[in-house]
Write a protein that binds this ligand. Structure first.
Ligand code: MSP
Length: 513
């Protein structure tokens, strides 16, 4: 069986989950579901990043010990995954024994291969980003504070530290990017990474002595691992590392896609393949960097009080509506803005008036005029064949877009089919055929119902519950709900009784103030 391994970043447990976290999980989930339906054995991983100075500080602020603190916040990310209908098959926490063991094994391997050496770090560090910055990258903030390009405040750090020989990996990384042109997507972000590497890189500090909340460095009681070395390793821990002969490791590694936000691309596209190659392991196949959400045109921030709570979105607009909106608004990869108006436009335009209306019109006419069962069809006309063929072509189109994580284009393809079906209904006017040519009316409604079956199946990854309801109404058996069944052999069977139609995509009606 074909395999597919997709991951979300592991989320920092310093705070409660927000829309940014939900977004990355939803995108990864849509991909994982698509691949499962397309016949792949999928491993889909998410989890929490629990070590480092940022988390230690947050725990201290909350007045709890870091383990109790991380237990609690990590649970809130698990709860969110459930609330968003995320279909991950593992949830990793970096404080688990399996992970500590994996990190230490990777460390020992790097040490054995001469990729690490003991030195002293003296430079700038941003706790918020858990990242080291060169003096030349910083700007001066209020009160002479040093500010990283991300906006995070930096502090001067001087401590004994182990270093990873990153400076030696520049050419090998450039060769790797060259040989794997789709390793970093979207391509415009690939260029940013390449120019960064071309500038020349310094060795990377990979242990800290000023903090204790981290994975202990083997045989070095004063050092804990730099949190990014620890965090990135989660992707191999979950498939069985250090046991590289484990069935899961052999089957799933290298990962097919690490889905990440643009802010953490550098860690994934530079450090991670360098660590892996240095340890004699294969790098992942792809890093996809998505954009960031703003809210009503403004950066989301705690101080502005405009951080979007994903639970509130789901409560107000519905889960599948939220999932749909997140991937529909902009090309996947670009930044996007959340606004109430845009959300309502999508719910009412694309869902209620689009797929919802098409399904409702078709199913209610079948209920009323075809005895509530899949209608009979006569010979297909050119118009019928045109729509059926367009429905059949959709899988190939959508699959191509999924292969490059162009979810918006996959949705475009599905909504073109909806538009084509809408034109077909208007042209064929089955309601008028009722009196003049009932047999023809049945054929038209059959063609529409079969088109809806294709739409229902192809929408399953995006909106599992709603698309599932659509398939229920078409009486598509559970065992036939995957892409292998998108063929004529499994087309709707005349005479199959259908349940009474029910609206699936309600209009959003503005609440009265
Ligand atoms: N712990 C690291 C990742 C380690 S992966 C080995 C981390 N965690 S995070 O919780 O700060 O961020 C997780 C993800 O949320 C990142 O991919 C980040 O881009 C994403 N987002 C945070 N805010 C966001 C928006 N406003 N919009 C979209 N995504 C954003 O980084």
């Amino acid at each position: 069986m074909k395999k597919y391994y997709v991951t979300t970043p592991i989320y920092y447990v310093n705070d409660v989950p927000h829309l940014g976290h939900a977004y990355c999980s939803i995108a990864s989930d849509v991909l994982a579901r698509f691949k499962r339906l397309d016949g792949y054995h999928v491993m889909f991983l998410t989890g929490t990043d629990e070590h480092g100075q940022k988390i230690a500080k947050a725990a201290a602020k909350a007045g709890v010990d870091p383990q109790a603190f991380t237990d609690k916040v990590s649970q809130s990310f698990r709860d969110l995954a459930k609330a968003l209908n995320i279909s991950n098959n593992d949830f990793i926490r970096t404080t688990e024994d399996r992970h500590i063991k994996a990190c230490q094994a990777l460390w020992n391997e790097l040490l054995k291969r001469g990729e690490l050496y003991l030195g002293k770090y003296a430079g700038w560090y941003a706790v918020r980003d858990e990242a080291y910055y060169g003096e030349d990258e910083l700007t001066e903030g209020p009160g002479g504070k040093k500010i990283a390009p991300s906006g995070a405040e930096c502090e001067w750090v001087e401590e004994p530290s182990y270093f990873f020989r990153l400076s030696q990996w520049g050419d090998r990384l450039l060769k790797f990017y060259d040989e794997n042109p789709d390793f970093i997507l979207p391509h415009y972000r690939r260029n940013e990474v390449i120019s960064f590497v071309k500038q020349g890189m310094h060795d990377l500090s990979v242990s800290r002595t000023a903090i204790t909340w981290g994975v202990p460095v083997p045989n070095e009681p004063k050092h804990v691992m730099y949190v990014w070395l620890d965090a990135l390793t989660n992707y191999i821990t979950a498939v069985g590392y250090p046991d590289v002969n484990a069935e899961t490791y052999r089957k799933f590694w290298p990962a097919d896609v690490h889905m990440v936000g643009k802010d953490i691309l550098r860690f994934h596209a530079i450090y991670w393949p360098a660590f892996l190659m240095a340890a004699g392991l294969e790098p992942p196949k792809r890093i996809f960097a998505h954009g960031w959400w703003t809210c009503e045109g403004q950066k989301m921030s705690k101080s502005l009080g405009n951080v979007i709570d994903p639970y509130k979105l789901v409560e107000k607009y519905g889960l599948d509506q939220t999932r749909y909106f997140s991937l529909r608004e902009v090309p996947f990869g670009n930044d996007s803005d959340f606004s109430h108006a845009a959300m309502v436009r999508r719910i009412n335009g694309d869902l209620a008036n689009g797929i919802g209306n098409l399904a409702q019109r078709t199913l209610s006419q079948i209920a009323k005029n075809c005895g509530g069962a899949v209608p009979k069809h006569g010979e297909f006309t050119e118009a019928d064949k045109g729509l059926l063929q367009a429905a059949k072509n959709c899988l190939v189109l959508v699959r191509q877009e999924f292969d490059v994580q162009a979810f918006h284009k996959a949705l475009d393809a599905l909504w073109s089919l909806i538009a084509q079906a809408d034109r077909y209904v208007d042209e064929q006017a089955p309601w008028a055929l009722k009196k003049t040519d009932a047999a023809r009316m049945e054929t038209v409604l059959y063609v529409l119902a079969e088109t809806l079956r294709h739409l229902g199946l192809l929408l399953l990854p995006f909106m599992p519950q709603s698309a599932g309801k659509l398939l229920d109404q078409l009486a598509v058996p559970e065992a036939e709900r995957d892409f292998a069944h998108l063929t004529e052999a499994y087309a709707l069977k005349t005479g199959t009784p259908l349940p009474a139609p029910q609206g699936i995509f309600p209009r959003y009606v503005e609440e009265k103030a």
